[in-house]
Design a protein around this ligand. Structure first.
Ligand SMILES: Nc1ncnc2c1ncn2[C@@H]1O[C@H](COP(=O)(O)OP(=O)(O)OP(=O)(O)O)[C@@H](O)[C@H]1O
Ligand SMILES: [Mg+2]
Length: 116
């Protein structure tokens, strides 16, 4: 693994008030894993993390301009737990997760939580 990441990472946040603790923790864990994946797998030059208000809740988006991948063909076996755990975290907090990626197109992970 190449630890000398060269990606430029930005974080932007707008208008998000305090959320229920379980939702905040889920957002943090998903942001960590999505960022980790982008830096480890994608070779991206840019990774942008955006947190914004969405009704009573919030929307988190992690976008990279790296290699992209086909979410349908990711092996469910053993070693690849990140995407599965992000989905579980989002669902467990009453929210949802979407993964948008394709080879050559970069990746966007989006998570919404309801607030309340
Ligand atoms: N941002 C990304 N850019 C390119 N490929 C990605 C990205 N995120 C995930 N992938 C691909 O999807 C696979 C599955 O990701 P996942 O996070 O589930 O597992 P992992 O990172 O390989 O292992 P783990 O997260 O369990 O340590 C990765 O191995 C990689 O091939
Ligand atoms: Mg991972």
């Amino acid at each position: 693994m190449d630890r000398a990441h060269t990606a430029r990472v930005t974080f932007t946040s707008s208008g998000v008030r305090a959320l229920p603790a379980a939702q905040e923790e889920a957002l943090l864990r998903v942001a960590q894993e999505a960022l980790h994946n982008a830096l480890r797998h994608s070779g991206a030059a840019h990774v942008d993390v955006v947190l914004e208000k969405n009704g009573q809740g919030a929307r988190l988006r992690i976008t990279d301009d790296g290699s992209g991948f086909d979410p349908k063909t990711v092996r469910r076996a053993g070693r690849h737990l990140g995407l599965v755990s992000m989905r579980d975290r989002a669902g467990g907090a009453g929210g949802r997760l979407t993964v948008e990626s394709a080879p050559g197109k970069g990746t966007t992970i989006e998570m919404e939580v309801p607030g309340g």
